[in-house]
Ligand binder design. Structure first.
Ligand SMILES: C[S@@+](CC[C@H](N)C(=O)[O-])C[C@H]1O[C@@H](n2cnc3c(N)ncnc32)[C@H](O)[C@@H]1O
Length: 351
């Protein structure tokens, strides 16, 4: 159970160091394998020009170039083209001295080589890898395997326990129903119900995940926190597939760490499905880590995007990308940007 001191402490230093490994792999892949800096040393190129030259598709390009900008090695010039910065020049062959010999000592690291493969292929060569947290179509999913679903769900439990009181305190307080889609452990729901004592909620996820959520809900109910014993009766655990099943109607829909597991077209599909599930006046809340709308950082989020690129079908998106999906789904995005912790934040839209 979180106590007041853990609620105050932002654990971002830990997650930043964890995710930095993926940013390092991107850097070495860009310098030594994709030759981004040699390609740009002849002059600036637009994002689509450099992506075409390097034969990178949309997702790897939207992971790699924001990261290199966040590292201050590239920037967008006034014409909107990617240009090497003064710092980035030290990663080109035509600058003396340069650091390519030094960085090159790490270029054959196995993680770097695999990152190169995944960037070129927009994912691992064996498509059954790189699908953590994802259930799509009829194919096997780790989230439908009892052992793996437990491992992944419990792996996210500490993060959810820490963030959920902060997230719940920032989501609208109202009487009604909250639907926590792909809710995993369900902690965001339990905390929100604690703050909204007359409301009800549903956690929708895969059956094997909800078996773990049920245990955690029991534990939460017995925690002795004021009101915790009155949460369980107001929770429905609903097994389902958010991509294919009818999504139950709700007043608030929470999508926490959800969109970032999916490619752009699926995000639009999900936004449409979620908008349809909202009652008039309903609210769609997204808790995630957001790229700058200018697609040039922030560094903790570009590192995280590289981690998600490695292990899922998604990446981090900018708030502006989300707001376009919301608008196309018929919702009215609000302009609120609410930071939480660990480089995450909340945005929301209204029906
Ligand atoms: C990254 S986890 C996020 C869990 C939780 N929202 C959190 O923030 O801790 C993604 C969740 O999406 C669920 N998921 C993936 N594909 C799904 C699908 N097609 N239908 C329902 N849930 C799905 C997974 O089982 C997993 O629990």
């Amino acid at each position: 159970m979180p106590n007041s001191s853990t609620i105050q402490l932002d654990l971002a230093p830990i997650t930043r160091h964890l995710r930095a490994m993926f940013g390092s792999r991107l850097l070495l892949a860009a310098v030594h394998h994709l030759h981004v800096f040699d390609e740009l040393s002849a002059g600036p190129l637009s994002l689509s020009e450099i992506s075409n030259r390097l034969q990178l598709s949309e997702r790897p390009a939207m992971v790699l170039f924001p990261a290199l900008c966040a590292m201050e090695l590239l920037h967008y010039d006034d014409a909107g083209k990617l240009r090497i910065t003064e710092l980035g020049r030290y990663l080109t062959q035509d600058q003396t001295p340069n650091l390519t010999g030094y960085t090159g000592l790490e270029k054959d690291d196995l993680g770097v080589l695999e990152m190169v493969t995944r960037l070129r292929n927009d994912g691992p060569l064996d498509a059954s890898e790189g699908i953590s947290f994802v259930k799509e179509g009829e194919g096997p999913s780790p989230m439908d395997d009892t052992k793996l679903a437990r491992k992944f769900t419990l792996g996210l439990a500490g993060r959810a326990r820490h963030l959920s009181p902060i997230v719940a305190a920032n989501i609208s307080k109202r009487e009604g129903h909250l639907l926590d889609v792909a809710g995993g452990t369900g902690f965001y729901t339990y905390e929100w119900l604690l703050n909204n004592p007359t409301s009800t909620a549903t956690v929708l996820d895969r059956p094997a995940v909800l078996a773990v959520a049920a245990e955690l809900l029991d534990e939460f109910s017995r925690s002795g926190r004021p009101g915790a014993d009155r949460v369980k009766a107001r929770v429905t655990l609903a097994p389902g597939d958010m991509l294919t099943d009818v999504i139950p109607q709700t007043d608030i829909l929470l999508a926490a760490s959800l969109f970032h597991d999916w490619p752009t077209p699926t995000c639009q599909t999900l936004a449409n499905r979620f908008a349809s599930a909202l009652r008039p006046g309903g609210e769609l809340w997204v808790h995630d880590a957001f790229l700058n709308d200018t697609l040039d950082g922030p560094l903790p989020v570009t590192d995280y995007s590289a981690q998600l690129f490695w292990g899922t079908k998604g990446r981090c998106y900018s708030r502006s990308e989300y707001r376009i999906w919301f608008t196309q789904a018929g919702l009215q995005p609000t302009s609120e940007n609410i930071p939480t912790q660990m480089d995450y934040g909340l945005i929301w839209a209204r029906k």
